[in-house]
Design a protein around this ligand. Structure first.
Ligand code: IPE
Ligand code: IPE
Ligand code: MG
Length: 238
């Protein structure tokens, strides 16, 4: 199962407490650790976390540099924990706008966790789904026989998605907004959506479990008819 999370609400969490927005990001990073461990315990196959969007570069420089610093610290402290828990880490998104040290940390974390056969943890940084789709479309030019699976492979290539991940089953967004903000637009074609009011720093194992319970009660039809819905077979001469 592939769960993706838009981790939103750090700034509001801090503002409500009279703190600078960066304090919310520090608290948000702690929530990431707890949720990753909870997700691994819940046996999720893939967890993709939206940590920094391409559009987030429009924020004040102090905030973006604090976020990049926090991400570097996260890689520094969590890589060993990932190895211990057999979690394979992969950072998706653009890499050409990240600083050299961060880039090396990413490559090192990916290398050190590559043998992990447990959960696949993907962190989206400088990520824009629209840009990825445009870039994949550019690479698709000339491949007249390309099907959606082939296009998905190109998308993974563009996003540095190694190993490739499947489509999203459940998309969670915290912070109360009901929008995708340019996250995994192609991969969420048939994702179930779960919007949580709670701000990201307050999100924990209980909220993840609630989202998974909500998902378990959904009926996914992928355009077909429900297997156990009596109306579905009416008129079929049964
Ligand atoms: C999510 O929290 C973290 C990032 C986008 C990097 P926000 O910083 O967007 O928090 P709000 O939405 O302003 O509360
Ligand atoms: C989406 O949140 C990006 C991340 C959580 C990393 P934003 O806070 O940037 O999205 P908008 O601006 O509310 O759409
Ligand atoms: Mg936000």
């Amino acid at each position: 199962m592939h769960v993706a999370i838009i981790m939103d609400g750090n700034g509001r969490w801090a503002t409500q407490r009279g703190l600078p927005r960066t304090a919310g990001h520090v608290e948000g990073a702690k929530a990431v650790r707890a949720v990753v461990e909870a997700a691994a315990r819940a046996d999720l196959g893939t967890l993709t976390l939206y940590a920094f969007s391409a559009a987030n570069w429009t924020r004040p420089a102090g905030e973006t540099s604090a976020l990049m610093r926090l991400f570097g610290q996260y890689l520094f402290t969590e890589t060993r924990r990932c190895v211990e828990q057999s979690i394979r880490l992969n950072v998706i998104g653009r890499r050409d706008r990240l600083n050299g040290n961060l880039l090396r940390s990413i490559e090192q974390s990916e290398r050190l966790t590559a043998g992990g056969n447990g959960m696949h943890l993907r962190v989206a940084v400088d990520y824009s789904s629209q840009r990825s789709i445009v870039e994949a479309a550019r690479r698709a030019c000339g491949h007249a026989d390309l099907d959606p699976e082939g296009f998905m492979r190109l998308l993974q290539e563009v996003d540095h998605g190694t190993p490739p991940a499947g489509e999203v089953d459940l998309l969670i967004r915290t912070g109360g907004e009901r929008r995708l903000s340019d996250f995994l637009l192609w991969e969420c074609a048939y994702a179930e959506l779960h919007f949580a009011e709670c701000l990201w720093p307050d999100f924990g194992e209980a909220h993840l479990r609630a989202a998974l319970d909500d998902y378990a009660g959904r009926q996914r039809r992928f355009g077909g008819v429900a297997a156990r819905d009596p109306r579905a077979t009416r008129g079929e001469g049964a």
